[in-house]
Design a protein around this ligand. Structure first.
Ligand code: NAI
Length: 679
């Protein structure tokens, strides 16, 4: 029988099963792949074999998990539970083979992929930094469903198993070995031999030592759950993110495979999981766009070594690019070098890798790197004239094929481009602060920007493992434009006398990673003020007086020790005001969120981005907008546009014209606009 995804070979009493999913760059476990595996297992089950080796035919990894795209098509709990049962059944065939099995793992081994490996008698992993194992299901609002919740605790111990499932973190081959998740690690050339010898040796099956299984003792389990509860609560509100709570519940009850499947079925069709899957797929789509073309960039020259320039340069060097970093101020450059060293040391650990990264990172006071650069990124002060002057000079020194980029937050590309003979080579590469944490980069298209320049910019962004999002050059682009009315509304609430803790609490309870007041303090009130001023005219937005006053008094937020909150010398927030947020008569959450949604609609109507998905991707990956809601557009769809525009009209009557519903609310086709499928 021929197989589409699996290859079956026999040699010296052993069977070798190689997974190479047809038509996919990475192995994922679709129902078809699982069914095929089921057939093969029933076929080899009756053969007189000494063992079976399961491995991947893809260079990038073992198995990335279940096929997330199939989740979207499943609409009822029973169907979703059946999907889990299918995986459980096929993996039980592996576990029930009359001879031992070994999973040989390289690259990623995630979710359902790791559960497959858990069903094997042994696991071996390739010893290199690309190997990552984990159960990241919780990040999609679900938990392992192919018997992972049942098989993992006895193998690694109860607390490590809970940690892996609750955080969804991935571990290296070495850590996996230490945890007992795998039996052996070996370099590529020894993998096959190690697998064969494990099978032939009939080594005993691994089990966590008794003291690691002790927390699973029935009388102790409720106590452990009580101890873990505060930690889980800090990360996941049970109404917003139920999956970690389910993991605790399954563990406490020593759930069976059937109960696991049932619970997975319920979660998979829940709103949270639907939205987290939406967010995940949006991220995958942006990644795909970042991979579409070669970029031809080896040397990056960054000008301006301040907050953003230094971080962009450090990040690019960390990702393997040769980077020269220019600043007019030698002291600032020296600070950037120190920062780079500390960053590489914390991330790369291995002293040789740190040295190599430092060798790629070249401080450059006089701009010597310009003549060799393939890409120049400007990140100097946010002022038109200095930027124009700079680009005028840069254009004369760089090669004709060098791509030019600006990190401006608010100056139209066309304005900067006036300084260039050839403005078609200028793009915006708008990074977010802090660069190492925020995945999004807005790829800004000016009226004259040429498509090949945009393609290279996207490809470079993908190459440094950031997500490129196309936006039009218009005030605030997408993310700052949508965020700013929300921040300004928060500042207005302060002016009206609402307690800052109350305001921030309203936002975090809604699901934002941080309240707007704390966010403004973190970004810097001077930066907020300059973006607000920049947007005030085109968006008819007035800038609150208290924001101007704080900046004039030198209270710039966390960096100056005081903004709306007070901070100690290490930037930690001091307790200010009451412990509990006092209740407010004013509809705080509604005012904050509706301004944000109204602006999201305006961006869609004006074509700042081409489709509704881009709004969700931008806000979730650029600001951390409540992922369980799937982004602003998903949230709008769940509430209904009519209701929102009525609420806005009501708020406009009470609080003023800034709440006037955007004309886009009466054009429902805007929300239905989805990206064109790739060719
Ligand atoms: P910054 O003030 O921290 O750094 C600017 C640096 O540029 C300074 O070190 C200064 O010495 C240097 N510089 C100024 N003129 C120069 C010249 N002609 N040649 C060489 N070096 C020069 O500014 P920051 O915050 O890093 O912002 C830089 C750019 O990034 C701005 O366009 C800003 O709008 C944008 N941006 C800032 C974000 C933030 O959160 N701070 C976020 C995203 C974009």
């Amino acid at each position: 029988m021929t197989h589409q995804h699996w290859r079956l070979d026999y040699f010296s009493d052993l069977a070798m099963l190689t997974l190479d999913v047809a038509g996919q760059s990475a192995n994922v476990l679709s129902q078809e792949v699982l069914n095929e595996l089921g057939h093969i297992l029933s076929e080899i089950d009756t053969k007189p074999l000494q063992g079976v080796i399961i491995r991947s035919g893809k260079t990038n990894g073992f198995i990335a998990g279940a096929d997330v795209r199939e989740f979207v098509a499943i609409n009822d709990t029973a169907r979703a539970a059946e999907l889990a049962q299918l995986g459980q059944h096929v993996f039980s065939l592996i576990a029930g083979l009359p001879f031992p099995s070994v999973a040989v793992i390289h690259g990623f081994c995630l979710g359902g992929g790791l559960e497959l490996a858990l069903a094997c008698t042994y696991r071996i992993a390739r010893e290199d930094s690309a190997t990552r194992l984990g159960l990241p299901e919780v990040r999609l609002g679900i938990h392992p469903g192919f018997a992972g919740t049942v098989r993992l605790p006895p193998l690694v111990g109860d607390l490590p198993a809970l940690d892996l499932m609750l955080t969804g973190r991935t571990v290296s081959a070495r850590e996996a070995r230490r945890l007992g998740l795998i039996d052996e690690i070996a370099p590529e050339r020894h993998l096959q031999h190690a697998a064969e010898s494990l099978l032939k040796r009939h080594a005993p099956r691994r089990r966590a030592p008794w003291y690691h299984r002790l927390p699973g003792w029935k009388p102790l389990r409720p106590l452990i759950v009580r101890l873990l509860t505060p930690r889980v609560r800090r990360k996941a509100h049970p109404d917003q993110y139920p999956a970690p709570w389910r993991i605790l519940e399954l563990w406490r009850n020593r759930a069976t495979e059937e109960q696991e499947a049932q619970s997975l079925g319920e979660l998979l069709v829940s709103r949270t999981s639907r939205n987290l899957v939406h967010v995940f797929l949006l991220g995958e789509e942006l990644k795909r766009r970042g991979k579409a073309r070669p970029h031809g960039i080896e040397h990056v020259h960054v000008i301006g070594a301040g907050v953003m320039g230094a971080d962009i340069a450090i990040w690019a060097a960390r990702q393997g690019f040769r980077v020269s970093l220019q600043d007019q101020n030698a002291e600032i450059l020296a600070r950037a070098v120190k920062k780079a060293h500390a960053f590489f040391k914390s991330k790369l650990r291995d002293p040789r890798a740190v040295q190599e990264a430092m060798d790629r990172f070249i401080p450059d006071l006089d701009g010597q790197g310009l003549s060799r650069a393939d890409l120049v990124i400007e990140a100097i002060v946010e002022k038109i004239e200095p930027k124009r002057e700079l680009f005028h000079g840069v254009e004369q020194k760089v090669r004709p094929q060098t791509l030019l980029a600006t990190n401006t937050s608010s100056i139209p590309l066309e304005v900067i481009g006036q300084a260039l003979k050839d403005p078609s080579r200028l793009v915006g590469l708008h990074f977010f602060n802090p660069v190492a944490k925020m995945q999004l980069v807005e790829i800004v298209r000016g009226a004259q920007t040429a498509e090949p320049a945009l393609e290279r910019a996207r490809a470079f962004t993908g190459a440094i493992e950031r997500l490129p999002l196309d936006v039009k050059s218009s005030p605030g682009f997408l993310v700052n434009r949508i965020l700013m009315p929300y921040l300004i509304e928060a500042v207005k609430l302060v002016e009206e006398g609402v307690n800052i803790v109350t305001i921030d609490r309203a936002a975090t309870e809604f699901g934002m990673p941080m309240g707007p007041i704390a966010l403004a303090d973190t970004v810097g009130l001077d930066i907020c003020l300059s973006v607000a001023q920049e947007l005030s005219e085109p968006l008819h937005m007035d800038v609150p007086e208290n924001l101007r006053r704080l900046v004039a008094e030198g209270h710039l937020g966390r960096k100056s020790g005081r903004g709306f909150y007070a901070y100690d010398s290490r930037g930690r927030r001091q307790q200010s005001g009451p412990d509990k947020a006092p209740a407010s008569e004013v509809p705080v959450t509604e005012r904050l969120i509706l301004r944000l949604l109204n602006e999201a609609m305006a961006c869609l109507r004006e074509g700042v981005v081409t489709d509704a998905d881009a709004v969700d991707a931008g806000m979730v990956y650029g600001t951390g907008f409540a992922p369980f809601l799937g982004g602003p557009v998903r949230y709008i769809e769940s509430l209904g546009e009519t209701g929102i525009s009525h609420s806005l009209a009501r708020l406009a009557q009470e609080y003023g014209a800034r709440f006037a519903p955007d004309p886009g609310w009466s054009q429902p086709e805007l929300l239905a606009r989805r990206p064109q499928p790739p060719n």
